[in-house]
Design a protein around this ligand. Sequence first.
Ligand code: NAP
Length: 301
Amino acid sequence: MNKYDLAILGSGPAGLSAAIYARRGELNTIIIEKSFASGGQIINTYEVDNYPGLPEITGFELATKMKEHSDKFGAEYLNADVTEVKNIGDEKIIITSEGEIRARAVIIASGASHRSLGIPGEEDLTGSGVSYCATCDGAFFRGKDVVVAGGGNVAVEDAIFLARGCNKVYVVHRRDELRAEKVLQTKLFELPNVEMVWNANLTNINGDGNVESVDVKFKDGSSKNIKVDGVFIAVGIAPNKVKVDELNTTEDGYIIADESGITNIPGIFVAGDVRDKSLRQVVTAVSDGANAATSALRYLI
Ligand code: NAP
């Protein structure tokens, strides 16, 4: 059975940054990633415009550059799904779909995934007009009308991206103010084919085989039906949990640690969006990765 100094779970910005720092510290390191591509959520982001030094880079390009950078330092890479980490003192056993891996330390950088709304029609019509990824599926809706649900950075970025090709983009938000950064809001409000639907929630997604319309309910109790071909849901994220007995997490499953990434279990560290923190950005993810790898190095030495 393979044994490493460090196993990094996840190869988004946090995991790749951790791998660069760990390899520069000459730790025998393996990255375990369940997706076919590295980069985490930024792979599905059309443009990342707030990562210093790389303005207007696409998410895919940034992910590719980070992966190439981490490859240069030679961390091993395994495509596998991690189901559990067992802590047996100085050794951690990582149970994966491809077998067991042993390591002296683990960094959990498993990231987060989109949340769903849980409304009628959402599950049935996913892939038939309902999507959680505008950059992946937006091209199918060229010249058509779509709705975006949510008011955060992802919803607004998605709406801006979709407005380039769609006839009309409705943004349905449950309040009268967006959560997204002001710079994104300004871009959005300038677009002639975007219509804001404030103080409203989607209650139903309708369609026989494909999306045909959505029902929207307003705070004042009134409701309306909007004819659309596509529904893009961007109502936040939830942590990608990894089972580890006795690991301290919040109620939602975010792993508790300060910026050092040191958890309550010696030898288990955390980095990126899966950590309980207030700002989830690429820049804070890579910072987390550097900190967690440095903490792991100190622990191992
Ligand atoms: P988010 O910032 O948590 O925003 C979620 C949005 O969905 C909020 O507007 C929220 O409304 C709304 N919402 C939540 N649950 C809802 C429900 N059940 N029904 C209707 N609306 C609901 O999530 P996000 O936009 O997916 O972003 C995720 C993380 O990635 C954030 O930390 C974000 O900062 C980060 N990110 C950053 C960038 C960037 O820096 N450019 C880009 C993408 C993502 P309320 O506002 O009323 O709560």
